[in-house]
Design a protein around this ligand. Structure first.
Ligand code: AHR
Length: 315
């Protein structure tokens, strides 16, 4: 951030006070239960802190996000939250926000722009998430031969790129584990189900598949349906590991139909607003990356209790 932007932010704090702030939020859409929870928690956090939240649902389209950011800049909001659908193509619009002295905070996904175009990014280590999922599978399978299918997230998004990489890192040197099919299911249940149906058909009705790695729980849940319809037992005939830790995957784990998930907290707004408040207050610049935790849950972690604990949290 430039000195001018810092001075502008400090002046704003003096004249407005943090609780009167208006924050624009460009959300990707509502492709998954996790995303719905992130939206709910962002609204709650804004309300609790007395902000006005201008919410824009991009319906998965980057051009809608770019238009929303331009509209927030034209309105002169005090900050912008951006959950970027894909990693590339943000330089110009982020430059416009910077020139308007509006701090931008990235939520849950990364961009390939220079980090001086945004204040900070709140999210998990997405490569690590994929690695944790892969290490779980490596430990689970041992020396047995295992043909793995992969449901990738939205093409070009940072979680799809990084979760694929992390998983492959974990499998490196394990000749008994092979990723035999990999395709995007776009982070949706419907996408997960239909792509899994094609995997099953191509792999002997599922007889040749030992495990599924899904880049999010929603796709895993869609795939579970497809596996059941193919007459197989998900979680037994085909082991399933995914990412997010949404309530529905804990229900599936409690029923023995899914095996493991890596948690991604949907509360990205809490740390984002804390960083913005310090910035508005006196120009304190946060670290460029505020990392959230990634915890592995398996069937040994009382999934029924985890479901109960999460079911009313806005997923
Ligand atoms: O960017 C985070 C990912 O996006 C979540 O894992 C997924 O559910 C969401 O749609």
């Amino acid at each position: 951030m430039t000195r001018t932007l810092l001075a502008g932010a400090a002046l704003l704090a003096l004249t407005a006070g943090a609780s009167a702030q208006t924050v624009g939020f460009s959300q990707i859409g509502s492709e998954s239960g996790w995303r719905a929870a992130e939206t709910t928690l962002t609204r709650q956090q804004a309300e609790e802190r007395g902000y006005t939240l201008q919410f824009s649902d991009a319906q998965q389209r980057q051009e809608n996000q770019i238009a929303a950011i331009r509209s927030f800049v034209a309105q002169g909001v005090d900050a912008i939250l951006l959950a970027p659908v894909v990693a590339t193509g943000w330089d110009s619009v982020l430059q416009e926000a910077k020139e308007a002295e509006i701090p931008v905070v990235l939520l849950d996904r990364q961009v390939d722009s220079s980090d001086d175009l945004y204040l900070t990014a709140v999210g998990s280590d997405l490569v690590h998430e994929g690695q944790v999922a892969g290490e779980w599978l490596v430990g689970e399978v041992g020396d047995a031969e295992c043909r793995v299918v992969e449901l990738q997230g939205t093409t070009g998004s940072s979680p799809a790129i990084d979760r694929a990489q992390g998983f492959r890192n974990a499998l490196e040197g394990k000749a008994n584990l092979e990723i035999v099919r990999s395709q995007t299911g776009d982070f949706t249940r419907a996408g997960g189900k239909s792509v899994m149906e094609s995997f099953l058909q191509a792999e002997g009705g599922g007889q040749n598949i030992c495990a599924l790695y899904a880049h999010n729980d929603d796709m895993a849940i869609g795939a579970i349906q497809a596996i059941k319809e193919a007459g197989l037992k998900p979680g037994e005939d085909i082991k399933i590991v995914s990412i997010d830790a949404v309530p529905d995957i804990f229900q599936a784990m409690a029923a023995g139909e899914a095996n493991a998930t890596v948690e991604l907290t949907p509360n990205m707004a809490g740390p984002a607003f804390d960083a913005l408040e310090a910035f508005w207050e006196n120009g304190t610049a946060p670290e460029k990356f505020i990392q959230t935790e990634s915890r592995l849950y398996t069937q040994a972690d009382d999934p029924a209790a985890e479901y109960e604990a999460r079911k009313d949290l806005g997923y």
